[in-house]
Structures are given as structure tokens and as C-alpha cells.
Design a protein around this ligand. Sequence first.
Ligand code: KIV
Length: 307
Amino acid sequence: MSLTQLRDRGAPTSLPRVTADVLLQKKRAGQPITALTAYDFPTARLVDEAGIDLVLVGDSVGMAVLGYENTLPVTMEEMLHHTRAVSRGVRHALLVADMPYGSYQASIEDGIRNATRFMKEAGAQAVKLEGGHKHADLVARLTDAEIPVVGHIGLTPQSVHRMGGYRVQGRSAEAMDTLCADAVALEAAGAIAIVLEGIPRELASVITARSGVPTIGIGAGPDCDGQILVFHDLFNLTFSPAAKFSRQYADGAAFFSRAIEQYREDVAGRYFPNDAESYHLPRELQAREVRAERIESDAEEKHLCKA
Ligand code: KIV
């Protein structure tokens, strides 16, 4: 980071802060909700300043940023660390933190304790957790504890081993019924929104039409109340083939690679830094530098004479 530039904390945004109620009003008005993940301060600022409604610090940080194979190893400490960084960059969007695997499965008490940490220690305004009716009691208790909850059903990445891989869910009549019941249970428990991931468009459309709270889709077709994607998918920064449901808006990998190669060539060829990119002494001290050189060579001479 430059020596001379202090970080601009950002101009105060004229946009009001997004709340659960704003998302609900958007659903009711038929205005799509925009959502995107972010994992650090610069991406949080970019996403927030682009006017995105909801920023999720997803446990996808495990793959996108930390290089894990799936989301299962992600810890509470890692999620808190990234949520804190994002919260320093978000002024407008609703900031939602993902509850990592193992932070709410063992007991309701675990879930409440860990969700509270996101609110108290990391600046989150809501938490997200995966699962439907089986976590409805936890959602209700968190809601009672003033912690807004976003549900997440369908293809739930923390269930990768139970699902036998990342497979589209809700493709049988029974699975459709279960997912509809999950959405109803989450809404009844007080969830402020429900992420629908990896389910057929037709099913997402039915759940959205029946739901009193906004649905936010990822791989669930265009009929949800909103859409969410992983930041790194938008910019080709995943080092793996893109999923059918995502759309690449820019080739960040090519952009960064070209710039890094150019930098390497400039340093190797002594084209960087140039004189204009260097600090200089005032004129009178430049002369003094010459004197200093003379003093050094005088000292050297004396040393040689003694020897
Ligand atoms: O972790 C994540 O990024 C998510 C979104 C894909 C919804 O859960």
C-alpha cells in the first residue's frame, strides 16, 4: 500500500441501510433482490458501492478464498475473521454471515451462542443456516434472541456427503413436497428470507409464490424474489469450470494474470520503478549526499593508511 495514501473510509452513502423489511417490501413490489457474496474489505466495498441489497459472507469462503475442497472445514474463527473484514466495507447492504458446518448442528445452544458471536463480535445483521424443518426450532429461538435468520434449502453444500455430491435437489414428487414443507417451516419459525439453491425452476417458482418471505435463488431459475451468486464465479476466479447456473461477467483471472506478468517483466527488465515513481531529496540535500559519499571515502582512506 502506498506510503502517501491513507485509506479513504468511503464517502457516506446516500442510500439507506437495507433491512429485512426492505427485502420484504421489494418482494411485495415485485422488485428483484440483488445479493452477492464478499469475503474481505475490498470486495465488500465494491459490492456495497455497486448498490447490491444483501452481502453474504458465505462459507463458500472455504473454497473461494481459503482453497479448501468443500465448505466442511470452515471454522467459526475463520467466518468471524472474514465477516469482520466485510463489515468494515459494507454501509448500505444487509450483511448476512453464514453459520459454518458444526456451529449449529450439535445443539440449539451451540447455534445461539455462535450466531450471537456474529452479531456481537463481527457486525453481522443476520445469519444464514442450511436446512429446513429440522432446524425450525433453532430459527425460532434465534429470532426470539433478536437474531434475524436467512434459511437455505435445496442443494445445501454442508450436506455434500449425504447428497452424494452437489446434485440438483427436489426432482421427485416426494422431494418437492419436502422442500415446500421446509420453506413453510422456516417462514413459520421467523426466517426473514430463504435461499433456494440447486432446485428446478418450476419448484422454486411454486415455493416463491407461496412464501410470505423473500426467496433468493442460486441455481433455482429466474422466478425467485432475488438472486445470489458467489463473487469469484462472476469474475472467473475459481480455477474450476463454471456451473451451469452461474454467469461470468468479467474474466478476472485473465485481467490479473496479464497485469502480474507485466509487473514481473517490468521489475526483471528494470522498467519499474522509474524516476517519477521514486522519492527524491530536496536539491540542497542532494548536494549533501555527495558530501556524505566524500566523508565515507575519506574514512576508508584513513582506515587504509592505518592498516
Ligand atoms: O456460502 C455461500 O456462498 C452460499 C451461497 C451460495 C448462497 O451459501
